[in-house]
Design a binder for this molecule. Structure first.
Ligand code: SF4
Length: 332
């Protein structure tokens, strides 16, 4: 299948500065050598606890922040977004759009819904006025809102409806790839499923590809084709979704899966919840060896001594664990 995005060894280091001269004394390795592919028409779930670097990865892909190193190759042309200036990036930017986490703060409260959705069209001078209005009305319909909503303001809408507005805005320029950064985590559980279903429908309707960022595996269980699990700025396991959920190979993945609730109470009762001790370590001074070893229930001596990075195999699956071939971990 054609690859719409190839990310290679992406890094984002934030300098730590101190003193009157603001001398750099270290760096926070928020993203530390991340590589993955997104195929056209698929949804890649990018998952990990808060602070693991998944949102920073998404922002680097969009060049909302500049990466420290690496390649972001987009489309058949394999344009490297990291090498383009902001001006050179402009014609490509419309092909990749982002949906943000917080539908309350991501919409300008002084703009009407129509103007919010139309703004990318005005900025890119894509359509004339009447074509723009037609496009906005069609987009409102696509996301389940009414034509009359065009003249209303964001405060008149619920959280779920605001996220629909954000989705319509992201679709305005007819992108090929959408990065959805925790698009349902600020919403009530009852509304989350509606938005996830909407995103699935839109994927089919507009032949989209998604990178879906989430902090737990339950949200992306039914919509991801493949999953990449991030821990402390690195991908520690990647595979097709079925393998990740049923046959995890990395202890961190196993812990995330153990938190996914099962609809059948009998099955749920028989499952063991793995509670990780402590928080994600400080990315400015990660633990030696495997970065997960202070929290890993399977750690042995080598884990604290030898660092390891995930090397993608040709089948695009991989596990960064010294004990990957000997552990038998619990899936769903
Ligand atoms: Fe756990 Fe060791 Fe594997 Fe790291 S390398 S995940 S510490 S078993």
């Amino acid at each position: 299948m054609e690859k719409i995005l190839q990310v290679r060894n992406l890094k984002k280091y934030f300098p730590i500065r101190r003193g009157i001269l603001q001398k750099q004394i270290g760096s926070v390795k928020a993203v530390d050598g991340v590589s993955f592919d997104v195929h056209r028409g698929e949804t890649l779930g990018l998952v990990g606890e808060s602070g693991c670097g998944k949102t920073t990865t998404g922002r680097c892909l969009m060049r909302l922040i500049d990466p420290t190193d690496g390649e972001v190759l987009f489309g058949e042309e394999q344009i490297d977004f990291c090498k383009l200036t902001q001006v050179e990036l402009k014609p490509y930017r419309r092909r990749m759009q982002m949906i943000f986490q917080d539908p309350y703060s991501s919409l300008n409260p002084r703009m009407t819904v129509g103007d919010i959705i139309a703004e990318p069209l005005y900025v890119n001078q894509v359509l004339n006025k009447s074509e723009t209005e037609d496009r906005v009305v069609n987009l409102l319909d696509s996301v389940g809102l009414q034509k009359d909503d065009i003249r209303r303001y964001p405060h008149a809408f619920s959280g779920g409806q605001r996220q629909r507005i954000g989705i319509a805005r992201a679709l305005a320029l007819q992108p090929e790839l959408i990065i959805a950064d925790e698009p349902v985590s600020a919403l009530d559980v009852s509304i989350q499923a509606q938005i996830l279903n909407l995103l699935e429908e839109l994927k089919e309707k507009f032949q989209l590809s998604y990178i879906f960022i989430a902090h737990d595996l339950s949200v992306i269980e039914h919509i991801s084709d493949r999953i990449a699990v991030m821990y402390l700025g690195r991908i520690v396991e990647t595979n097709v979704a079925h393998e990740i959920y049923h046959y995890p190979k990395h202890p961190y993945t196993e812990a995330l899966i153990s938190a996914v609730p099962m609809p059948d109470p009998k099955i749920q009762k028989g499952r063991k919840r793995i509670r990780l001790e402590g928080d994600v370590p400080d990315p400015s001074s990660p633990p030696l060896g495997c970065h997960f070893h202070p929290r890993c229930g399977y750690a042995v001596d080598v884990c604290a001594q030898e660092d390891l990075r995930l090397e993608l195999t040709t089948s695009e699956s991989g596990v960064a664990c010294h004990r990957r071939d000997e552990l038998s971990l619990q899936g769903i």
